[in-house]
Design a protein around this ligand. Structure first.
Ligand code: GTP
Length: 87
């Protein structure tokens, strides 16, 4: 699992921040994110803003690397593959 926080541009959006404040809500904190990441056993937590194309590419690269590493670990656990040898 790769935990991704979206719409990070809204952290700086005064209108949104005011609306949250009015509702006595705060943006998700690093601490909350850390707890959630541990709970879902995420390999990492990353944030992005699709609107501003901020960090989106990195997230795809990290997700692909994590998937490849997991597949390799599974393969190693399963042991060497039995294949036919053509003599
Ligand atoms: N501020 C901000 N708004 C975003 C961002 N990404 C998406 N939105 C807005 O969020 C709304 C939903 O965006 P979508 O791309 O339709 O989200 P989705 O969940 O993929 O929706 P579906 O395609 O219907 O599954 C739209 O109003 C977007 O403009 C972002 O990074 N920042």
């Amino acid at each position: 699992v790769l935990l991704v926080g979206c719409k990070t541009d809204l952290r700086q959006d005064q209108e949104v921040l005011q609306r949250l404040k009015d509702g006595r809500i705060e943006p998700v904190s690093r601490q909350q994110v850390g707890a959630m990441a541990r709970q879902v056993r995420a390999v990492s937590y990353m944030e992005c803003s699709a609107r501003y194309q901020d960090n989106v590419g990195n997230i795809f690269v990290t997700a692909c690397n994590a998937a490849i590493s997991a597949a390799r670990r599974r393969q190693r656990k399963a042991g060497p593959r039995r294949v036919c040898a053509i003599l």
